[in-house]
Design a protein around this ligand. Sequence first.
Ligand code: PEP
Length: 256
Amino acid sequence: ASGRVRLISGNWKMNLNHLEAIALVQKLYHLLRPEDFRYAEVGIHPPFTALRSLQLTFEADRMPFTLGAQNCSDEAAGAYTGEVSAPMLAKLGVGYVIVGHSERRRLFHETSELVARKALAVQQAGMHPIVCIGESAQERAAGMTQEVLTAQLSPVLESYPVGAIDGVVIAYEPVWAIGAGEAADPDAVGEITRAIRAFVSERLGEAVGARIRIQYGGSVNVGNARAFMTLDDVDGLLVGGASLDPDAFALLIKSA
Ligand code: PEP
């Protein structure tokens, strides 16, 4: 009813070489039927080293997955040894780039300002950023969840071109639920995602708020996917661990 296209994204993190990646998507594809892709767009975010192989595999076998990346540079080109730019990803047929995953914020010291610049680089290259936001266990215990989320989101909302902002996907991922085996409570996620949408509406207007997509992420599995997907303000899922098992991920997509 919302008119927003649902998006289920598998974040493989630093797992699977390019040969294992091809084997996984082939298995996953054979477990899915065309109608499973009509319910939601399915994004696969492998490591950079598998992007070209998956691009060719999707093309060759006409697999309707969308290719995704897990990170990119905020710079378009130049002397940045070890970095991969957004235009390079776009050239590989990437549609979505995760920016600001909590692992990158925590382990690689990415600030919300850098994340906003990466989101902009993704947009300028013609792709969609999946902007991850989420509070830590301590921040949650201190009652700071809403403050943390708005502080993480504000630099994106302030710098992103207004006309393109509904191309942004916000992934609400409570840090304490990522890889924890236990997801957040769906009622609490319902409340928080409603507040995130209200914040976007307050900053950028009701129309933008109504169109922007919000995913939930954090220990999503076959058993709980549906409970999150039926929430009014949740338009998709960002799935880590369960996306590495083709049987589990296929069932998750079907159950959602
Ligand atoms: C993630 O990596 O974004 C994630 C949510 O991981 P998991 O599903 O394993 O908790």
